[in-house]
Design a protein around this ligand. Sequence first.
Ligand SMILES: Nc1ncnc2c1ncn2[C@@H]1O[C@H](COP(=O)(O)OP(=O)(O)OP(=O)(O)O)[C@@H](O)[C@H]1O
Ligand SMILES: [Mg+2]
Length: 156
Amino acid sequence: MKHQVITKTDDQTRNLGHRLGQAVTGPVAIALTGDLGCGKTTFVKGLARGLGVNARYPVTSPTFTIINEYPAAKNLRLCHLDLYRLGSAEELAYTGFDDLADAWAVIVVEWPDLLKEDRFAFDLELKFSFDSDYHRVISFFVYGQTGANMLSKLFS
Ligand SMILES: Nc1ncnc2c1ncn2[C@@H]1O[C@H](COP(=O)(O)OP(=O)(O)OP(=O)(O)O)[C@@H](O)[C@H]1O
Ligand SMILES: [Mg+2]
């Protein structure tokens, strides 16, 4: 782990997402892990704006839709997944996920465990947890050069 940020409000979490979105220059896959209600979707709301997703697209949790997609800047699209309700990695095939991996996309996945078992290669993982004051502790883990470049931009 290289970096850790503590956010005291949901606005601060959104803001961190916004800044990470601004650090994106091309396709990247980001895993968001941590317990229910720890702020993963809140983070993506900010990330979307930082990626240039127009404010007329409200970012909602993909809990039931599994995948939500939004057009972003730089010809990218934001693909926001929540695999909490998915029973198996095979079910993922029905969501059209395989096509995404080749697309010019920012892939952000809540509850990514099934994909990790499938050895899908994430560039970055953000682990969310609560501290004793109920603030959010967000720890960054880098798995490759793309992730490393983004983090050096974010924390420079
Ligand atoms: N510092 C904070 N960062 C993020 N959210 C916060 C913070 N403080 C309070 N909250 C609140 O906590 C809740 C976080 O919910 P959110 O849907 O983002 O969590 P989640 O991790 O996506 O949960 P799930 O696993 O159910 O998808 C929101 O109601 C948000 O307003
Ligand atoms: Mg969520």
